[in-house]
Write a protein that binds this ligand. Structure first.
Ligand SMILES: NC(=O)c1ccc[n+]([C@@H]2O[C@H](COP(=O)([O-])OP(=O)(O)OC[C@H]3O[C@@H](n4cnc5c(N)ncnc54)[C@H](OP(=O)(O)O)[C@@H]3O)[C@@H](O)[C@H]2O)c1
Length: 270
């Protein structure tokens, strides 16, 4: 079920994306780059895109993680890169120009999450790494790769936010602020690039990944509390809805957060 706001965003985005059809040539599927594609949601989406015939590249910091992903999915192209470092954006852009010149979909997925308690001491390094990875990186990487995206058919930027973009969990104050900011950036980017580039937001619910093992371990037993999706179930729905042309792909319990926003704050933060 989509409400009027989502329907407007969908129509708006479809109109933008269709204009990319003018560049259609042949049957070649789009090239996709997924940041942080070596594990979790990124890897599951990479596998789903591969299954659907896309050419997929992933990047991440840990070479062993990338090698394991490639071992499991030999069709993947992999590159070691830290999206929080601007020099790696330039390296990524040159690598993509050689390796995946038909890149048309950038998926800004890499993210980290810290529990930060401002009643105690919170280090600047910890704050900065979250801001740099979750906010600066998708914004700067979008700017760096847009010139390449728009040379290809159906240029698309996908930002992975979170249900927590709409109502924070106070245990993760910086993380939630970065996701709220990325949601805001996505709205403005979509508006600016209307008719030229499709801009998509994917807001996941709780997905079983390595993002925050500590809080996952504390979660109530299966059957109670909010449902936790497997990365594969999540990715299958997300990529299917991506292909259907949706602009704002809000999945599972993230829908309640999208609709009710801060009205849920007290419930979420007893
Ligand atoms: N899991 C959830 O419940 C959930 C809910 C809402 C939103 N999300 C969002 O979904 C996205 C993916 O998270 P996940 O749950 O799949 O977590 P994950 O399993 O920890 O995956 C995050 C990936 O990002 C990579 N990464 C982190 N920092 C990076 C950097 N500076 N440069 C390049 N790659 C980097 C990591 O690889 P390396 O360590 O090798 O770099 C890892 O492969 C994140 O944006 C997260 O906020 C997740």
């Amino acid at each position: 079920m989509i409400d009027a706001r989502q329907a407007r965003a969908k129509a708006h985005n479809e109109a933008s994306w269709m204009s990319g059809e003018r560049k259609m040539s042949g049957e070649r599927k789009s090239g996709v780059l997924i940041t942080g594609g070596g594990s979790g949601i990124g890897l599951a989406m990479a596998a789903e895109f591969l299954k659907r015939g896309y050419d997929v590249a992933i990047c991440g910091r840990d070479p062993e993680r990338l090698a394991a992903a490639k071992g499991k999915h030999p069709g993947l192209r992999t590159m070691e890169a830290d999206v929080a470092r601007s020099e790696d954006h330039a390296r990524l852009a040159s690598w993509l120009a050689a390796e995946l010149p038909h890149l048309s979909v950038l998926v800004n997925n890499a993210g980290i999450m810290h529990a930060s308690d401002f009643r105690g001491s919170v280090g600047l390094g910890e704050i900065r790494s979250e801001l740099d990875t979750n906010l600066l990186a998708p914004v700067a990487l979008t700017a760096a790769l847009l010139p390449m995206l728009v040379r290809n058919e159906k240029p698309t930027v996908v930002n992975v936010t979170s249900g927590l973009a709409f109502c924070p969990s106070a245990e993760f104050p910086v993380y939630c602020a970065t996701k709220a900011a990325l949601h805001s950036f996505t709205l403005s980017l979509r508006h600016q690039l209307t008719g030229r580039v499709r801009v998509v937001e994917i807001a996941p619910p709780i997905v079983a990944t390595g993002l925050d093992k500590r809080s996952q371990a504390r979660r109530p037993a299966e059957g109670s509390g909010p449902p936790v999706l497997s990365a594969e179930t999540f990715a299958s729905e997300a990529v299917q809805r991506f292909e259907q042309g949706e602009a704002e792909i809000v999945i599972g319990v993230a829908n309640g957060l999208r609709q009710r926003g801060e009205a849920l704050f007290a419930d979420m933060n007893p």
